[in-house]
Design a protein around this ligand. Structure first.
Ligand code: AHM
Ligand code: MG
Length: 334
């Protein structure tokens, strides 16, 4: 039997043979993975660990924070602040950027994360996850929020960890997508799939249908045509899935294809969408593109969007290439 390849070995190989990552980025990714293991343990304990339920605080987005949102945020900060690989961090749960304290050496990377994605699923024991994105700090003294405002195509690493029936870490450093399953006996992530590819065609869509009446015409048209099935213009029946955890929905798409959408809608027209560009859409968009899929806001490739602020929101459609292209065409025609 071939030896199991741990995340550490995979990263060392990327560093040594493919030259895809420098040593300090490898350290960064190992630390993020270690933090994900701790979060996974807390998630698994659930009520026994006293980690379920809400707190009394709200985050910058005006959402009530769950206990696990805060725990996961703290785990990621504590794990990453002392290693010397980072200059600063940014999180869905923090208004401003978090500077690495002066007592630790400063590195050249910037780490962004949604510490606990799918918060509404925490208390009901449905898959949730951690999403992360890594950027290089621009040259210059000090670090500011402005340094984070780079388009997603500048990412040097991105991934997520899904806490489901298994804990799976999914990663790209720009050299395809690899999946690692947490081996709890060994305490390490083991490579379980390499060169992940999303089929270009699909019969499965993911969208919160309860918002249909608020959507824009191109999204309505796309979904109505899917719903019309065999007798409609698409001449095939579609299936629908909506976990309400982006990590779980994207994980399904990376595994068997599909299209995921969280479009702009008329409920709050001044908001570009629900999901956040820098630590939700960008890392997922890069993973999906690295697996041969596509990701758009309807009119523009997600990875080309120039962010104007840290917590910027965006309309998202990503997954199987031909479906994303179809939806884009409907937007351009409309
Ligand atoms: P969160 O980061 O506060 O958990 O919000 C993001 C989540 C996504 O994971 C998911 O796709 C979406 O919100 C679900 O929204 P809805 O509850 O409207 O279906
Ligand atoms: Mg989220």
């Amino acid at each position: 039997m071939a030896p199991k390849i741990s995340l550490t070995r995979y990263l060392v190989t990327e560093q040594r043979i493919d030259g895809a990552i420098p040593a300090d980025l490898r350290l960064l990714l190992e630390v993020v993975a270690r933090a994900c293991k701790s979060i996974s343990l807390a998630v698994n304990k659930g009520a026994l660990g006293g980690v379920l339920g809400a707190t009394e605080s709200e985050n910058i987005q005006g959402e009530v924070q769950k206990k696990l949102d805060i725990i996961a945020n703290e785990v990621l900060i504590e794990a990453n602040e002392w290693g010397g690989h980072l200059a600063a961090m940014a999180s869905e749960e923090m208004e401003g950027i978090y500077l690495v304290p002066n007592r630790y050496p400063q590195g050249e990377y910037l780490l962004l994360f949604d510490p606990l994605d799918g918060s509404s699923n925490i208390d009901v024991n449905v898959s949730i996850g951690t999403i992360f994105s890594v950027l290089k700090k621009p040259e210059g003294v000090g670090v500011s929020e402005q340094d984070f405002l780079q388009p997603g195509r500048n990412q040097v690493a991105a991934g997520y960890c899904v806490f489901g029936p298994q804990t799976t870490l999914v990663l790209t450093v720009g050299d395809g997508v690899a999946m690692f399953t947490l081996d709890r006996e060994q305490g390490s992530f083991v490579l379980t799939q390499e060169n992940v590819k999303i089929p270009e065609d699909t019969k499965e869509f993911a969208i919160n249908m309860s918002n249909m009446r608020h959507w824009d015409a191109p999204v309505k048209r796309y979904i109505e045509e899917c719903l019309a099935g065999k007798d409609g213009p698409r001449s095939k029946d579609f299936n629908m899935r909506w976990v309400a955890s982006m990590v779980a929905d994207v994980h399904r798409i990376l595994t068997r294809g599909g299209i995921f959408m969280y479009p702009w809608d008329k409920r709050e027209p001044e908001k570009a969408g629900k999901l956040r560009l820098m630590y939700e859409a960008n890392p997922m968009a890069w993973l999906v593109e690295q697996a041969g899929g596509a990701a758009t806001n309807g009119r523009q490739r997600i990875l080309d969007i120039q962010p104007g602020k840290l917590h910027e929101r965006v309309s998202v459609a990503l997954g199987s290439k031909h479906e994303v292209e179809r939806l884009t065409n409907y937007h351009l025609e409309g």
